[in-house]
Design a binder for this molecule. Structure first.
Ligand code: FES
Length: 127
């Protein structure tokens, strides 16, 4: 069996939603101290819906594929649904990741949660 699924390879080679949202209202950046990979997520939320999401990932192929899949899973969805996204759901949508690469999907979950927290903080601050 191949180490990586077709979906992982597809999202690695042709990642969706790469880039920056200039007027994002939720931004989250996380890193994994062990491997040094960094992921940054930009959210544009309107009427409680994730209207747009983009990412920049400096990391391994699984981190790029996980970021790409995570953005696809929350795009157009209500904030409540985005909040419940788990790394397991990301990995499953990619048809699995090798065990030692599961932390790459954790980084995607954390980046989205961090961006959602930033959104909530800005809302509370009336920004
Ligand atoms: Fe660390 Fe993939 S090796 S995120």
């Amino acid at each position: 069996m191949a180490l990586y699924s077709e979906k992982v390879m597809d999202h690695f080679r042709n990642p969706r939603n790469v880039g920056v949202i200039e007027d994002a209202n939720g931004i989250g950046e996380v890193g994994n101290a062990k491997c040094g990979d960094i992921m940054k997520m930009y959210l544009k939320i309107e009427d409680d819906i994730v209207k747009d999401v983009k990412f920049e990932t400096f990391g391994c192929g699984s981190a790029i594929a996980s970021s790409s899949m995570a953005t696809e899973l929350i795009k157009g969805k209500p904030v409540s649904e985005a909040m419940s996204l788990t790394n397991k759901a990301v990995a499953e949508a990619l048809d699995g990741l090798p065990a030692y690469k599961m932390h790459c999907s954790v980084l995607a979950e954390e980046a989205i949660q961090s961006a959602l927290e930033d959104y909530r903080r800005r809302q509370e601050a009336g920004e």
